[in-house]
Design a protein around this ligand. Sequence first.
Ligand SMILES: Cc1ncc(COP(=O)(O)O)c(C=O)c1O
Length: 406
Amino acid sequence: MPATMNWAQCHTRPVLMIPGPTEIPFPVIQAMNQPPAIQYDRHFDEQVLEPTTLALREVFQTKGEVILMPGSGRTALEAGALSVIEPGDRVLVVGAGQFGILMREIMNRVGADWSEFPVEWGGRLDLDRLAREAQRVRPKALTLVHNETSTGTTYPAAEVGKIARSVGALFLLDTVSSIAGLDVRTDEWGVDLNMTGSQKCLAAPLGLALVSVSPRAWETMERRSKLARSYAYDLLRWREHWIPVSRGGKIPDGSPRRQPVSIPTHLTAAMRVAATLILEEGLAHRFRRHEIAAGALRRGLAAMSLEMFPDPAILSNTVSCVKTPKGIDPSAVVTLMRDRYGVLIGTGLDKIRTTTLRIGTMGVTASPLYVLPTLSALELALRDLGYKSEPGACVAAAQAAFADAA
Ligand SMILES: Cc1ncc(COP(=O)(O)O)c(C=O)c1O
């Protein structure tokens, strides 16, 4: 008998409970099991690309165009920023965590005259103060990370959109860890660029960047004094090559699109199935599922006497950021959970890396099937590291939460 059982030895891979990339539904995996398609072929354009972009419009809750390009969330953020911002343009960046910092970095690269509206990590956003700052700065664009993945918080994007509108600024929203998990109302909230990636709550493989563009954002691009510096990621070029005349582009209706860059056919096929599954489930059901699953996870964490990192009023339903017990190293918890129990969660980032853990409830993992074993593995790993809680109490509490919600 070995001294310590390794329960994960028989598994071929850990279950992904990190805040993305996340687990992918089987039909989405299957959609990639095919020989290569030709990206400029009419069949691909009509049978795969067009239905995918139309389905994504519904997921984004927009009548505008959703552009899909090779890349990841950062590609979407950079493509959006470099397309509407010219060097010297004023940008006000709401910075509430690591991904607010990323937005600052991107604005720096595109030559924006940016300033930050700092928010304490895990803390609430003071909307009155932000409104005053926006009045003072009069930025060309106001940026927000809807769901701060580094701290497990969700910020009031609808309200920030109103502030942007009140000062005539474009509203740029990072929805990398919220789209298809939280209610994101692109048009209703006045989002001009909604920028995200494929690998989180959309539950598609990593590799696509997605940006929805409002009419105001297109007008801003048309009014630029100089062409955007990037050839591949200039969204105006995408509009010309990609969008039919009837939807404001340059491609005659019924003609195939041109490819601004070669579109990854396998990833698009997977995204098509992912978007279809989301719409078949229904957005309202999907958002409720994320809410219940995250609530159950939190009940389980509380039953182990673990404390959430953020202000309780702004807890995210897609990423839970929880403090580790005193004296326990988060990276040791992550390693043990993965290597001995087969479940991968994440540590915190940057200044909360050594004090917090992050667990995703995204796409398919927002369900009892994933949440209950994750809690169980966390309890066992913590026990191995010397932190004791009542055996099974966390699972029982989460189970009760799921039962109450049913
Ligand atoms: C809120 C947020 N923004 C941006 C990014 C960067 O996206 P990607 O890693 O897909 O480039 C992430 C990734 O975790 C994120 O969570």
